[in-house]
Every structure is written in structure tokens, then in C-alpha cells.
Unconditional design. Structure first.
Length: 202
């Protein structure tokens, strides 16, 4: 019950803020399909440029409950985020590489007519290039017998807020295990590129 209330509150109270702060521009490759409703299950597949990608997609498909596939590290990042993700029915990918239970969970939900969003790159792409897509999304769509809906986000988000003290990006990346490869010798350029993008957007 609490999850349903949280979901309703996020949709109703968040939409005005999303429209004011993000001012989303949506383009359809085939405009004849623009007003069609998605019947039954569907797997949305998107590139991943920013933390805000899912929030944008969350409101883009306003009348649907689109469940994201997220990493354990992201899901456990903080209690408020975890509560929000739980309320939208997030599917959590285990840190154990051999544990692929999320695939079966996703297939089961899609067969029930649910909508799911997956970011096959696995983490943010720092440049204007796609990272390799993990092939799991193809298996999921094939096994569930649902359509793939491709999405593309340019990752350009402008928020009308100036923090009193701007912290270096390392302070946000270091606690998250998925970014530990960035702190290995020789990968300094990754953090520099990340910081450059943050500086440009803020």
C-alpha cells in the first residue's frame, strides 16, 4: 500500500518540477506512432548518460509504471533513493556476476504485461559515444516475446540551482563500488572527463 501511495505522489508532485527544471524535448522517429498506447509488456532500451535519465523516462511514460533495472550499489546508495526505487518496482541486479536472477524476474514481469526500462551499457557513458551494450536485453525480450522500444537521451540536463559549495566529483564516485575502476592508476582521465561534464552542466 505504501509503495502505491509513494508512486502516486511521485507522479503527481514530481511532474510540475520535471517540466519546470528539465523542460524536456521529445522527438519521435515515427510520428504516426506518437499517440499509440503500449499494449501489454514492453522492454524499453536506452543509452545511459546521466543519473537523471530514468527520471526523465519516468515522466515521459506518465501513464505507465516503468520498472527500472538497477545495480545493487545504486539501489543501496541511500535510504530515500531505495524507497523511491522500491515504490516503482525496481529490479535489482546482484553484484554476483553469476547471479542472473534479474533476467528471470524481468521476463516474468514482462509476460504479465509490465513495462521495464534497461540501460544495457551498465553505467554512464562519459563521452558522446555508446558503450558496448550487454546482450541480456535481447534474451529478455526474446524469452518474454515482447517488443523492444529504443530510446535515446542526450544527457543534457540543466538544473536552476547553484550550490553554496561545489564538491569535487570524486566525493560522489568513491563510495560507489561500480566506479572503483576509475581510481586505478592510469584511469585519471575518466574522473577528469566526468568532472568536465559536470562543470559544463552546472
Amino acid at each position: 500500500m505504501i509503495k502505491h501511495i509513494m508512486f502516486f505522489l511521485m507522479k503527481t508532485t514530481g511532474l510540475p518540477l520535471e517540466l519546470i527544471f528539465f523542460k524536456r524535448k521529445t522527438y519521435y522517429e515515427n510520428k504516426t506512432n506518437q499517440k499509440k498506447r503500449i499494449k501489454g509488456g514492453a522492454l524499453l532500451v536506452s543509452n545511459h548518460r546521466s543519473f537523471w535519465d530514468y527520471i526523465t523516462i519516468f515522466f515521459l511514460f506518465y501513464f505507465y509504471k516503468v520498472r527500472p533495472i538497477v545495480s545493487t550499489a545504486f539501489y543501496n546508495n541511500n535510504p530515500v533513493l531505495r524507497l523511491c526505487l522500491k515504490s516503482v518496482g525496481a529490479i535489482v541486479v546482484s553484484d554476483d556476476m553469476l547471479n542472473i536472477s534479474y533476467i528471470n524476474e524481468t521476463i516474468a514481469l514482462l509476460k504479465k504485461g509490465k513495462k521495464v526500462i534497461i540501460f544495457p551499457e551498465g553505467h554512464f557513458s562519459l563521452k558522446d559515444e555508446f558503450l558496448p551494450f550487454a546482450p541480456s536485453y535481447i534474451k529478455i525480450a526474446y524469452e518474454a516475446n515482447v517488443p523492444l522500444i529504443p530510446l535515446y537521451t542526450d544527457g543534457v540536463y540543466k538544473i536552476n540551482y547553484k550550490p553554496a559549495k561545489k564538491l569535487p566529483i570524486e566525493e560522489f564516485l568513491r563510495p560507489q563500488k561500480r566506479f572503483k575502476h576509475m581510481f586505478k592508476p592510469g584511469n585519471e582521465w575518466m574522473i577528469e572527463q566526468f568532472q568536465k561534464e559536470v562543470d559544463e552542466r552546472w
